[in-house]
Design a protein around this ligand. Sequence first.
Ligand code: FE2
Length: 333
Amino acid sequence: MTLRTTILATTLLAATPALADVNVYSHRQPELIAPLTKAFTAKTGIRVNVAFLESGLVERLKAEGDRSPADVILTVDIARLAEAMDAGVTQPLITDTLEANVPAAYHDPEGHWWGVTTRARIVYASREATKVGDITTYEDLANPKWKGRICTRSGTHSYMIGLTSAYLVHHGSEETKTWLAGLKNNLARRPQGDDRAQVKAIWAGECDISLGNTYYMGKMLADPEQKVWADSVRLDFPVFEGHGTHVNISGVALTKAAKNVAEATQFIEFLTSPEAQEIYAEANSEYPIAPGSQPSELVASWGSFVADDLNLITIAGARAEALRLTQEVDYDG
Ligand SMILES: [Fe+2]
């Protein structure tokens, strides 16, 4: 019996070519990634090692150069994906599977990065002080009728810069500057805190309207202290006049220094599969983007929307100008 088992094991070992591990640098939290790496390993036998980095992912890859152990990076926001690409730490990867799973607006045309999920940047509005239909466009947020009623985080945060960049692509510099100045003029207080802090301010009666990413609703609902903040607001999905709602992505890229390209490619393809997108989206209350995939019941209950038609690469290209305009109107001042 023992002998037979040993022989069988040896035969299996000899028949299976050695599979390398995939090494990942992730800006995304380990809890979010664990169900995916587990499912991938169960399916392929390839192990995934994840190093969670709070910040400085691109700097670290640059410093490590060719010696970097990372094959794959996982991060959020087109700004960070574009930053990695611009820094030269990614390499192009295009496969039929990736192209089938990820719509063109959500990947680099040359394959330097691939979107896995989206989040919309929308309005959180006081249930008490506003009603459905009050806020339907981003443009309207600069209308003086909202004076003293809006709260936002710093205008220079990447989430705000992403939205302002989209505004810039739609309307040009001059109108964007006017919009930023108008929005600043409507603020109830100096920009401070994160997206959730604005919802807390609505709950506390400091303002009636804020901007935030959709998934923070899921995070607040799951937190006993923050649930009351979430319950005080309604999610409104504004659009750019004549277009859609601003979205951003979480994404994945193959590093330039990747040693285990075949295994990493399999992992990246797996991450973009409808199955993995749905697991990933549910874990962080985001939207899967593969054709035919569905958001979780909770996320679907917030309402549906049409995403803006701009390619994210265009938005990324407008970041520097968006930051300049934000500083010019002294948005945080
Ligand atoms: Fe966030």
